[in-house]
Write a protein that binds this ligand. Structure first.
Ligand code: IMP
Length: 200
């Protein structure tokens, strides 16, 4: 039987990315909507990605004993003192959406030479061992001069991956998964699950 796990999100893009990576290894990934789970709203006010991912996972753990994964991620831009970082989602909503956030970032970086940036992702796994497990993935790159590409979500159109030499929005899903912060964190998770006989 497939190993079943819950991804603590309603974000369809994240769910798709996670499924694409884990499903071929004999795992079934459920989103919260799939199981009609309605965890209490989490205020993501922890000081780091791990803390926020843990808050999301713990809210779901109040409702089920199934294994749970939750992720927290963000875009860190060197010239902006590594912001928006853990506040990437909040920054976008305060700007009025990702499109506006992107144009604000491009405006801020207009005359800056240093356009280096990275995406960071922390995945927390709960209900598998006696303590939460953490898997981290980092994708390095830089901020493009303007948005490129139609795919992906969030800040993808302006993030040029060092590995892909194009933005995440220009990359296909499979390509993005190989180079992305979430893909790298999930690969580590997969290794752990394989060692424990839960994945192929
Ligand atoms: P959270 O991890 O759901 O809290 O979201 C973090 C923020 O970073 C959101 O605003 C996302 O849009 C953004 N983000 C996270 N991962 C990606 C990605 O793979 N591409 C583009 N933006 C992302």
């Amino acid at each position: 039987m497939n190993f079943e796990i819950i991804l603590a999100t309603n974000n369809k893009h994240k769910l798709q990315e996670v499924r694409e990576i884990l499903a071929p290894h004999g795992m079934t990934i459920y989103g919260l909507n799939d199981l009609n789970l309605r965890p209490e709203e989490v205020e993501e006010n922890a000081p780091d990605y791990f803390g926020n991912a843990l808050l999301k996972a713990e809210a779901v753990a109040k409702l089920t004993t199934m294994p749970i994964i939750a992720d927290d991620s963000g875009l860190e831009i060197e010239a902006m003192d590594n912001k928006p970082g853990i506040h990437s989602a909040r920054f976008a909503s305060e700007c009025g959406g990702h499109e506006k956030a992107i144009s604000n970032i491009l405006q801020f970086l207009k005359d800056k030479d240093n356009r280096k940036a990275r995406f960071v992702c922390n995945i927390v796994l709960l209900n598998m061992s006696d303590k939460p497990l953490r898997f981290e993935g980092i994708a390095t790159g830089h901020i493009a001069k303007e948005p490129y590409g139609e795919g992906g979500f969030g800040y993808d159109p302006i993030f040029v991956s060092d590995e892909l030499k194009k933005t995440f929005a220009e990359a296909g899903q499979e390509e993005k998964n190989k180079a992305s912060h979430r893909g790298k964190a999930l690969t580590k998770l997969l290794t752990y699950l394989r060692i424990n006989g839960k994945a192929r």
